[in-house]
Design a protein around this ligand. Sequence first.
Ligand SMILES: Nc1nc2c(ncn2[C@@H]2O[C@H](COP(=O)(O)OP(=O)(O)OP(=O)(O)O)[C@@H](O)[C@H]2O)c(=O)[nH]1
Ligand SMILES: [Mg+2]
Length: 424
Amino acid sequence: MEQKLKAILVGAIINNQQHFSDSMEELYHLAAACDIEVVGKIIQKLHRENSAYYIGRGKLQEVQTLIAQKAADMVIFDDELSPSQIRNLEAILQCRIIDRTVLILDIFGQRAKTREAKLQVEIAQLQYMLPRLVGLRAALSRQGGGRGARLRNRGFGETKLELDRRKILGQISRLHKELEKLVAQRQNQRKRRKKNEIPVIALVGYTNSGKSTIMNALIEMYNSQAGKHVFEKNMLFATLETSVRSITLPDNKTFLLTDTVGFISKLPHQLVKAFRSTLEEVAEADMLIHVVDYANHNYQQQIEVTRATLKELGADNIPTIYAYNKTDLVPCENFNLERDCVFISAKEKTGLEQLADAIRQMAFTRYVNCELLIPYDKGNIVAYLKDNANINSTAYNSDGILISMECKEADYKRYQEYANTGPL
Ligand SMILES: Nc1nc2c(ncn2[C@@H]2O[C@H](COP(=O)(O)OP(=O)(O)OP(=O)(O)O)[C@@H](O)[C@H]2O)c(=O)[nH]1
Ligand SMILES: [Mg+2]
């Protein structure tokens, strides 16, 4: 079995920033997801980041000693380093220096399955590499391309480093072209969906908050079609590709539910850019379900990170319901019920009806209550309404079937000639 790479984590508490320990814990999990063993941790309080070394020159001595003590292969910084910081640090510490961004890119690289996701990750990786080529090449030649010189990621490996800047630029533009074709296909699908006037609801939130589990729970509850489940797992970035499922509530209200990639603190801007086409699904949704991992003590900051990312995507003005998930892990039972929020457990399947109610109220506004008297020879209309409206009662009168129901405003207008009364 290949031995794991050993790493030391380095973080700086800049200006007494809060949530620092959570960020370091998250870095630990990111490293673990890349199959890296963390053997030490160094933290420094700073007023501002050191432009040459990120942390202070003096502190580097400590890092150097720890590297020797623990026989570490690499040092991982909890922030994106500039190309010159990487060069300077590698020159002094004589080992591989990587940052939070590289770990996230590596995880995305491992998880990408569809051609579209693979293209997007590769573009982001090349964009990250481009300004850092000199440093990467120097590090590689120093370490002879050996064990310490690479993350497990293939696409990010040595062969890529042999390419010069121009070649990489050419490759980025080729990948972009291929991506554009795939994106155009998906945009067409979206346009078609729009024409159907079915509301599109997107699940958004921090990675591992339970978006995919909620999607599966709703599929099971309302659409027991087999084989439609999406992948859910206790790991960072389980979902990288967008999935769309049609869900029909018992009152025949149908919507499209979208599950997509989760967010994280300091999500690399290269990734946000490369995944823009995937994330457009979010920006174009009619409503968002912002999923919060209520069992995570840091959930409030995760909400903020998610909101900031949504803003970056231009999706901050979409009607949103907050779904506080994993309540089965939270001892308190008196959840304070605010507007636009529901408390659920996707695992135990509790609170899902409240979530469905919230969806009804927010996404199905253009509905009316009405009574239609459908002549007996218009059986096709009755059949349509059975599938598409929420029928409260049916009475078989001498002059036709009297249906009292709640339906789309558009459907009411379509059959207005049969209206028994105006909209109620
Ligand atoms: N205890 C508990 N665990 C849950 C609940 N909902 C989801 N989980 C677990 O949380 C983990 C992450 O769930 P996912 O649904 O994959 O999370 P996600 O938000 O889709 O994550 P990404 O795709 O990585 O962004 C899984 O191990 C789930 O079983 C819940 O209500 N209670
Ligand atoms: Mg997921």
